[in-house]
Ligand binder design. Structure first.
Ligand code: ZN
Length: 314
């Protein structure tokens, strides 16, 4: 009888022990599973963010390549819009230097995407010192310093254009609704901060980007209806390509191309990691001014440079 009780007790103890062991195994399993999935999703998030920024670089470099092909084509024929200069071995060569004839006018529009950033004040200081007005296609930043930068851009006579509030390709190009919401948000925000309602826009990646999930003509039709003009570029400084150009090379990239067009819209970036652009800017301005080109901010008289012409979309 006593023996039975003792063995019964022992069995019970053993069972409890087994259950405790099982419990801790299950808990350890769950903890490992939670930790594992958290680490996995965190690393996926980091990868996603990295990919998003690479996507823009790629979209912009694809357009740069398209531009090069277009430029090569223009060597043998003037472009149908009559904007490009006709074939001329001197002007279509690598350098514009000394190629400008008396009385000939060339317009160059310097444009900066993606600001405000840590470099905006430096860019504005250089422009002020050189007495040059430019165009900023900005994104939505709500900190005080950025607000000051939007205000400086307007107060110092530059043109404030819209780029995108979120600048997230995956969001804004998801649908017309998402795009129009983002744009309305940015437009009203800028108007509230600066007192000026911007009416020009640059599509992130350009109007012919290959990233958008939605047909870009949907967005173009919408902008046409709203009376908003979008500007792409025909000269890329190369500051957004994966190839790391030196400031001198950025200047040279621009100088190589401005000779080809009566109107050049130059793509540059106002971003914290683009100090090369800041370094290149004063040299670029000096060289352009030596050639006698007009450096202007975009306004309603500017010939739009559009990869997909707005009037081709009904
Ligand atoms: Zn951008």
């Amino acid at each position: 009888m006593e023996d039975n009780t003792t063995s019964g007790l022992r069995e019970q103890q053993l069972r409890r022990k087994r259950i405790r062991k099982m419990k801790s195994t299950i808990i350890a399993g769950v903890v490992i599973w939670i930790l594992g999935t958290s680490i996995l999703s965190l690393s996926l998030l980091v990868k996603l963010l990295h990919l998003e920024s690479r996507m823009e670089e790629l979209a912009e470099s694809v357009i740069s390549v398209e531009q090069v092909v277009e430029n090569v084509n223009e060597k043998s024929a003037a472009s149908p819009d009559g904007n490009a200069k006709t074939a001329d071995p001197v002007k279509n060569g690598t350098i514009l230097e000394n190629a400008l004839e008396e009385g000939e006018s060339r317009k160059v529009y310097l444009t900066f995407d993606d600001g405000p950033s840590e470099n905006t004040a430096k860019i504005l200081d250089i422009l002020k010192e050189k007495n040059v007005k430019a165009t900023f296609f900005v994104i939505g930043q709500e900190d005080e310093e950025s607000k000051e930068m939007y205000q400086r851009i307007v107060a110092e006579g530059h043109t404030l254009g819209m780029h995108s509030f979120s600048h997230k390709y995956s969001v804004i190009y998801q649908s017309l609704e998402a795009f129009s919401e983002d744009m309305a948000h940015l437009q009203s925000y800028l108007s509230e901060v600066t007192g000026v309602t911007p009416e020009i826009l640059r599509f992130p990646g350009g109007s012919s980007n290959q990233v958008s999930n939605t047909d870009m003509r949907e967005f173009i039709r919408f902008l046409n209806e709203k009376g908003i003009t979008y500007y792409d570029w025909n000269v890329a400084s190369g500051d957004a390509t994966s190839q790391a150009y030196t400031p001198d090379e950025l200047v040279q990239n621009v100088m190589n191309d401005v000779g080809r067009y009566e109107t050049s819209i130059v793509l540059m970036h106002d971003a914290s990691n683009k100090s090369g652009t800041v370094e290149a800017l004063p040299v670029m301005i000096d060289k352009l001014q030596e050639l006698g080109v007009e450096l202007l901010p975009i306004d309603e008289n500017t010939t739009p440079i559009q990869q997909i012409p707005a009037d081709s979309v009904q």
